[in-house]
Design a protein around this ligand. Structure first.
Ligand SMILES: Nc1ncnc2c1ncn2[C@@H]1O[C@H](COP(=O)(O)OP(=O)(O)OP(=O)(O)O)[C@@H](O)[C@H]1O
Length: 356
């Protein structure tokens, strides 16, 4: 479907518009970012006269040609942000430019510049692969020749060239997802927004989608803005932003975000973990907090592997041999925990802000 202007535009008292690039100018000449937002916010009417603050003042910068992950738990505000950036909904406050174009001043131009892959399939199941692409090409005003050329290229790239006459309902879930990717790319968008592109796919199909995204980035330098709640997917992106309850929690390259957390996770297993826990607490540096769990005793320590022999020696001195010990560098879940005090695996929609 052709994207349409948001009918949900709330009253905007003083919504500033960015003056970065006027219509028709070459955006890359002045705009170094594929996506840039300042104070971007969106609220919805909530239950019982309340207001849901779905997105609360985002400052995001996505470089051209990079694969950018937008990571957050359910209800964090990821889909809402994509709607704002694709000019499908109007912000309540703040500014945003996509491919150098202001989403508030020139929404139609933004919609032409971007490609979108929605969470739920927007394919027509009764039409063939080729017909689905043709409908999309018409909506974007592509010439027949361009549409045919691009359809051939994209179907080749996603490995569906031999299925071009098949009705979409006969394709597997992974094939349909790849076809949606081909469709989103048909009009050669400068920025492709993907809302949880691999949700519901099996591991093999997930890997295929990511292989294709990687190729796309290498061949065409398309900027990819991908929402996900899979940590491993965010890990493989150039940079990421973490969002929780509509707020930006952290933004940067995965390695830099993890390095900023600093401490490694040290886990020790013994035959008597409660007794060992008391010993470890005495031996660990002041301020280090231990946690007893089914995996053993865990604690966060800078340079964790250097601490393991010391902790083992302290335990041996108390007659408690160590059965297993490990030191793991911080993960993106640790980054999320560091900033929010919760694990992304257990964080849920109740964190989305409700207020006035
Ligand atoms: N059209 C709407 N009307 C009212 N509230 C909405 C609307 N769309 C989203 N919300 C609320 O805004 C908050 C953010 O929702 P959003 O869908 O953007 O989160 P998300 O991070 O994409 O979640 P998920 O991973 O589950 O898709 C939630 O509290 C949601 O209930």
């Amino acid at each position: 479907m052709q994207p349409h202007a948001g009918a949900d535009a709330p009253a905007r008292a003083h919504l500033p518009t960015s003056a970065t690039v006027p219509d028709g100018a070459r955006p890359e000449a002045r705009e170094p970012y594929a996506v840039s937002t300042r104070g971007l916010a969106k609220s919805y009417p909530g239950p019982h006269g309340s207001v849901t603050l779905a997105v609360r003042g985002l400052d995001l910068d996505v470089h051209q040609g990079e694969t950018f992950a937008f990571l957050g738990p359910n209800g964090a505000g990821k889909s809402t942000t994509i709607s704002l950036l694709c000019a499908l909904a109007r912000p309540t406050a703040g500014t945003a430019t996509v491919a150098g174009v202001d989403v508030l001043a020139h929404p139609a131009q933004v919609r032409r510049q971007v490609g979108m892959l929605f969470q739920h399939s927007a394919l027509d199941m009764e039409l063939t692969v080729q017909q689905n692409l043709r409908v999309h090409a018409r909506l974007y005003g592509m010439s027949r020749r361009d549409a045919r050329r691009r359809a051939t290229e994209t179907l080749e790239a996603i490995g569906l060239r031999d299925r071009w006459q098949a009705p979409v309902r006969t394709l597997s879930g992974g094939m349909r997802r790849r076809l949606e990717l081909a469709r989103g790319l048909l009009h050669e968008p400068r920025v492709l927004f993907l809302d949880e592109p691999t949700t519901g796919l099996d591991p093999h199909a997930r890997a295929q989608v990511w292989d294709y995204l990687r190729q796309l980035r290498e061949r065409q330098g398309t900027t990819l803005f991908v929402t996900t709640h899979y940590l491993d997917e965010a890990e493989n992106c150039d940079r990421l932003a973490i969002i929780d309850g509509g707020r930006l929690v952290a933004q940067g390259a995965p390695a830099a975000l993890k390095a900023a957390v600093g401490s490694d996770r040290v886990v020790l297993r013994t035959h008597d973990d409660p007794a060992a826990d008391r010993v470890v607490r005495r031996a660990a540096p002041p301020g280090a907090r231990t946690a007893l769990g089914p995996d053993g005793i865990s604690l966060r320590l800078p340079d964790g592997s250097a601490w393991i022999p010391r902790l083992c020696a302290a335990l041996a001195a108390e007659g408690i041999p160590v059965r297993a010990a490990s030191a793991t560098p911080p993960t993106l879940d640790d980054v999320f925990f560091h900033h929010t005090g919760r694990s992304i695996r257990t964080a849920g929609p109740e964190t989305a802000g409700e207020g006035l």
